[in-house]
Design a binder for this molecule. Structure first.
Ligand code: ASP
Ligand code: MG
Length: 413
């Protein structure tokens, strides 16, 4: 018997038929004797629908009222799911975030969980009930309803699993798990049986949007074993766990992430003096623009080129800021290239295996792909290349690192 926290996302509870299917799934776990706590999202599209209603009333609704409004989506699904379970003869109880005392700070629409009181849930489980909790919401010290930011039900589930010391937190979604790369780009993309928290964070933040990043951080911090799996298809999904627990799969590279909507700005010929990087990057980030990859290169003539990437939608604004500064920076030129993308190779095995970067660059060279920028971290190597090479680069790397092949059997020694 295990205590499992299961989270079902919006598409998994998107219609009455799907809610019935989720109830069937939960029934299966109960029949095996597991204790189940379920966290649900609002039915797919519902949070957007509610947001649109608010916008019809006013452009900038007060965050407190926004939370009162948005939290209703999840309240609908907890009740419907409990009904579907009761109909099948299973005891079930629904709770809003406030009822189970998911205590958050008061930052409406992006609140953070501070504490969860597991007493009520444990008591209900002891009576043999399935406990169904509304995701994405909590309550602050003054009893105000709060929400955790879009996609926040993942975080609710992980936080509950941590507080209840669950054996596993299972996130049911509309994909089978985490893949080596986007299957829409590479046919042979393989479902990963396991991945580490760190790798998952890199893949998630790089665009493989399977899980809310905060939920992964939370799970890593509180050591909650996290599994991503499909609510529509059978399968074990992907287990996200701590590195030291990953003895089964010794793959060096976990996967390849990419981002299409990037743009690159270069400020060239600025003097190579202390403070110049700050003078270039500072005003851009003060404007609220997120700066990603940054490279600075000092030339022999005492001048400097600073290149960095931003989201494409922010790039014109960034260029305007730099052009205004150009004279005071003594820059020779400010240029913008919107036709770039970023491709990253991710894997904890990079720590212990030499030559990964060389192998990556060779694979790109063999395809005649020019690399604009290279950056590395302990478990990631990213390259910025021309946008038109994105698919080719991802496929070349996927095959160079043999990511599509079944992993070798574990040797006995
Ligand atoms: N219903 C919320 C949203 O759509 C929370 C969630 O689904 O995780 O963002
Ligand atoms: Mg979601």
């Amino acid at each position: 018997m295990a205590l499992i926290v299961q989270k079902y996302g919006g598409t998994s509870v998107g219609s009455i038929d799907r809610i019935e299917a989720v109830a069937e799934k939960i029934a299966g776990f109960r029949d095996r004797g597991d204790e189940v706590v379920v966290v649900v999202s609002a039915m797919s599209g519902e949070t957007n629908r509610l947001t649109a209603l608010a916008m019809e009333v006013m452009d900038a609704p007060t965050p407190r009222e926004m939370d009162v409004l948005l939290s209703t989506g999840e309240q609908v699904t907890i009740a419907l799911l409990c009904m579907a379970l009761e109909k099948r003869g299973y005891g079930a109880r629904s709770f809003t975030g406030g009822q189970v005392r998911i205590l958050t700070d008061s930052a409406h629409t992006r609140a953070r969980i501070r504490e969860i009181d597991g007493t009520r849930i444990h008591a209900q489980l002891e009576q043999g009930d399935v406990v169904v909790v509304a995701g994405f919401q909590g309550i602050d010290d003054w009893g105000n309803i709060t929400t955790l930011g879009r996609g926040g039900s993942d975080t609710s589930a992980v936080a509950l699993a941590a507080a209840l010391e669950a054996d596993e937190c299972q996130i049911y979604t509309d994909v089978k798990g985490v893949y080596t790369t986007d299957p829409r780009v590479v046919d042979s993309a393989r479902l990963l049986a396991t991945i580490t928290f760190e790798e998952m964070l890199e893949l998630a933040s790089l665009g493989a949007k399977v899980l809310q990043i905060r939920a992964v951080e939370f799970a890593g911090k509180y050591r909650v074993p996290l599994r991503v799996l499909s609510s529509f298809e059978e399968g074990e999904g992907t287990l996200i766990s701590l590195e030291e627990e990953l003895v089964m799969e010794e793959a060096t590279i976990a996967g390849i992430a990419f981002e299409r909507d990037e743009a690159k700005l270069t400020v060239s010929g600025v003097p190579d003096v202390p403070g110049i990087a700050y003078k270039v990057i500072g005003p851009v980030s003060e404007a609220g623009i997120e700066v990603d990859v940054i490279v600075q290169n000092a030339a022999a003539d005492g001048s400097n080129d600073i290149t960095f990437t931003v989201k494409r939608r922010d790039s014109e604004q960034a260029r305007e800021i730099l052009e205004k500064l150009s004279a005071s920076l003594k820059a020779r030129d400010v240029s913008l290239d919107k036709k770039i993308c970023k491709v990253s190779l991710v894997g904890v095995g990079m720590r212990s295996h030499a030559g990964i970067a060389a192998r990556m660059f060779k694979a790109l060279a063999d395809e005649n792909i020019n690399i604009d920028i290279i950056t590395t971290s302990e478990i990631k190597i990213s390259v910025v290349v021309g946008e038109k090479y994105l698919e080719l680069a991802v496929r070349a790397l996927h095959s160079a690192f043999e990511l599509g092949d079944p992993q070798p059997a574990i040797s006995g020694n």
